[in-house]
Write a protein that binds this ligand. Structure first.
Ligand code: SF4
Length: 331
């Protein structure tokens, strides 16, 4: 009798047990550590998140410490990670979680979905790891793995395609785990739905990579459709890219005798709210003056925002400003 093929969940979890990377938030999974790492990794890779995670945990070791901080300090600790709305939401959520004076953590996909900055992907990841809820995650890694495995033509930039894939993955999640009871924190290590989700993400990050999938090391290789057809590079399907509109601006670097830099705090409600930037300038006049030995043609620029001299090491800087000041040797 032929040997029964192991189901996808068992193969993924067995493989994950052997290869998983020892991330600090995996060694001792707590709601604060898992939540913080998930938010940090939303737009960033694991390797680049590590130093930021360590720095943030040193500055704000508990959710209570984060809730008690002021927003400028939180943005400063986040500096360099980009997408600062994540830091503002994290701070807002920490205050809501600690509203009663003691941390009260949400539970399950529904509970986590109400937390500012937590979308369907993050809610599923946290509910599976912390509560053992069978909620599959679908991010870029998972979409790549399973679009290849099943040869799917969907464009996973769109929510309905991700929801359809999540519905297809849900029955494959290993069964038989009893989610920890409410208030049972820290959670039991390695709840099985959490392992399944992390295994899918790890497979996409380590083996089924965008450019050169290493099919020889893949636990799904035996029945992967793209591998059979030799079409790994064709998945996931991509819609043609649209060009981004270009916005041209001119910034100025001005320092005072104490080495402080002229900067303005962004007070608008956009992505850069609360961050400090170089003043932007615009031409306002052309002046010509003729001297005995030369003719001076002076272009006059006027700063558009109100600026002040500040120590750039003490305020949260917008990424473009930080890069410029670094290249000028000012930070
Ligand atoms: S066999 Fe290859 S293409 Fe298929 S899921 Fe594994 S790594 Fe990806």
């Amino acid at each position: 009798m032929p040997k029964k093929k192991q189901d996808i969940g068992s193969r993924l979890c067995a493989w994950y047990d052997q290869v998983k990377r020892p991330m600090p938030w995996r060694l001792n999974p707590t709601p604060y550590g898992c939540w913080l790492s998930e938010i940090m990794m939303q737009q960033t890779t694991y390797a680049s998140v590590l130093p930021y995670y360590a720095r943030f945990r040193t500055k704000f070791p508990t959710v209570e410490a984060l809730a008690a901080a002021n927003e400028q300090d939180v943005l400063k600790a986040w500096e360099g990670l980009g997408y600062y709305a994540r830091a503002r939401n994290l701070h807002k959520a920490a205050r809501a979680i600690c509203a009663s004076g003691k941390a009260v953590w949400p539970h399950g996909v529904n509970g986590w979905s109400d937390v500012p900055g937590v979308g369907p992907y993050t809610a599923a990841a946290l509910a599976s790891v912390l509560d053992g809820e069978a909620a599959p995650v679908v991010d870029g890694n998972v979409a790549r793995v399973f679009s290849r495995y099943w040869s799917l033509d969907d464009d996973f930039k769109h929510l309905p395609a991700r929801q359809k894939l999540a519905a297809r993955l849900a029955p494959l999640m290993p069964k038989g785990t009893v989610p920890p009871k409410k208030g049972d924190r820290p959670p039991k290590k390695g709840t099985v739905p959490g392992d399944f989700n992390q295994a899918m993400m790890e497979l996409g990050a380590l083996v089924c990579t965008p450019a050169n999938p290493n099919c020889g090391d893949c636990p799904l290789a035996a029945d992967c459709q793209a591998r059979r057809d030799g079409t790994q590079a064709d998945f996931p399907r991509k819609a043609p890219k649209k060009g981004l509109p270009v916005r041209r601006e001119t910034g100025v670097v001005v320092t005072d005798v104490e080495g402080r830099v002229l900067l303005c705090e962004n007070r608008e409600g956009g992505l850069l709210k609360g961050l400090w930037e170089l003043p932007r300038v615009a031409p306002v006049a052309e002046q010509v003056q003729v001297f005995s030995h030369f003719r001076l043609e002076l272009s006059v620029l006027q700063a558009r925002e109100r600026a002040q001299f500040v120590d750039p090491r003490l305020v949260p800087l917008a990424t473009s400003t930080r890069k410029v000041l670094k290249s000028c040797g000012l930070i």
